[in-house]
Each structure stands twice: as C-alpha cells, then as structure tokens.
Design a protein. Sequence first.
Length: 291
Amino acid sequence: MTAQPRWTDDLFPFPTPPALAKVVDIAWEEGFLTTDLYEEGLYDAPRVQTSFALPFDLCEVPLAPQGWEYCYAGEAFRRHHVPFMSVPELLPFADLGTGTCVGWVVPAPELGRTDHPVASFGHKEPGVIGRNTLDGLTFLLSLALRSGGERRRTQVARLSAELGIHPTPEYGVTPDGCDAEVPLDLAPPAGWRHEPDPSGIGIGVLAPNDAFADEYPSFTGETDTILADASRMLDAGRPASALLGLTAAYHEDPLGLPDLHPLWARAYDDLDRPLFRERLDVMLEDHQQAF
C-alpha cells in the first residue's frame, strides 16, 4: 500500500487518552503496518508470542481502516464490554486473561475529562491502581515484567522509554504481595460532590449537589424496600442518591440486577448519562444469558 493509515481512534466512547493511544500506535506500526492485512489476532494471546503487539490484551480492537482487508468475514462485532460483577462506570481497556480487567473510573462522562483514574476490577472487588492512564500503564508493564522472559523485557523497555515511565516488578505491590491501592480522587467540580459507595465496594456517585437527597438510600434488606426508596428519590428529583442505593444494592446481591434495572436505568436517564444506560442494558443481557 502506498499510504499506510494510523489506527482509527474508535476503541472507546471518548477519545483514547494520549498515553494509551501512543502504546497502541507502537503496536500498530510494528505489528501490521508492514503488511497489507489487518489482523485482529495482533492483540490476541496466541499471536502476541510471535509479534511485538502489546504486553497485555486490549479489551477493544481498532476497526480495520478503509481499504484494508478485515481478517474475519462479515462486519466487525463491537459492543460495550462490561466485565462480570462490574458496573457501567468502570470502562476496561486491558484484559489480564484471569477474569480481571484494568480500566478507567468514569463516574460522569458529561464532564468531558480527557483522563481518568484507573482501577482493576472484574472477578474481584474494584481497587484503584493509578491516578491516570499513565499510572495504569505503569502498573500493566510492571505485571509484564513479573511474568519474565526476554521478549517481555524488550517490550516493556521500548514502551517505557516512549512513555517516560519506570515500571519495576515491585511497582504497585505491598510487602504481602497484594495490589497497593491508590486513593480515589474524582475531583468534583464546583457545585458537585462525590458520595462513596455505602456498601464499601463500589466507586460511589459523582453528580451535582442538587441531584443528591439529604439522606442515604436503602441498599440492604428486602428488595421491595430498596426499590421503594430509590423510586421515592427519583420522584423527588434526586437521581444521584437513587443511583447510590441501587449500585450499592447490586454489590450486595448481583443476582438482583433484573429487579434493580428499571430504576437504575431511570437514574441514568435523569442524570443524562446515555452511555451508562446502554452499558447497563448490556449488563442485563449478559446476566439473562448467564442465569
């Protein structure tokens, strides 16, 4: 091909933060700008053993640029990925292949922020591992170093030099071998506030002050009580407090998602967060298929 395009920034529902975009650019250039075949397998575990690719699996893969051959028949399948036991406000960009993902904490997409805190989540309770994407990549590259191998060390050295970071096998690990958690700072703008999740598991809710009630919602006990409390708060124009109770109730009992879904979706509608409404619908579809 005479003109070789860069990858299309269509991975996520907002512009890819510059640090991750640079990493994907490197994989794109070294992996398949040398051929005329766009191959999704560049990002899959079997292929990364023989190509530069990335030292982790992306949760989304760029669509093939116009004029390039797509390696699978038919249209590319794209949908919002919501890891098991996760919530719409956690948007993954890396899959560790263990049921755990690494991704952004995006509590209020309407703020239009260009970067976000990074957490690990999925089959484990969410834990914040970085203040921003660059910190999250440092964590991921440190994981790659722990896995060993000369090829991994070469990958990490190249990416670290490009990003200006210094991952080590010990980075982000406590003396007892657990992930070292970083405080979650959502930096509420003027007139907003962040209410932590009352269950102690989730990320809580970030919203304008007037979207919160002066009382905490019910999130444990009978489902009817939880739903009645959320409905009352929604009717009173306090969708942030309703959302706080519904997400906490989900963390307490994920199997209750079908009951929580209608009011949860309404809370997103009232807060004007259509991205999260769509991701919540995906969660329900996945739940119905699994159970």
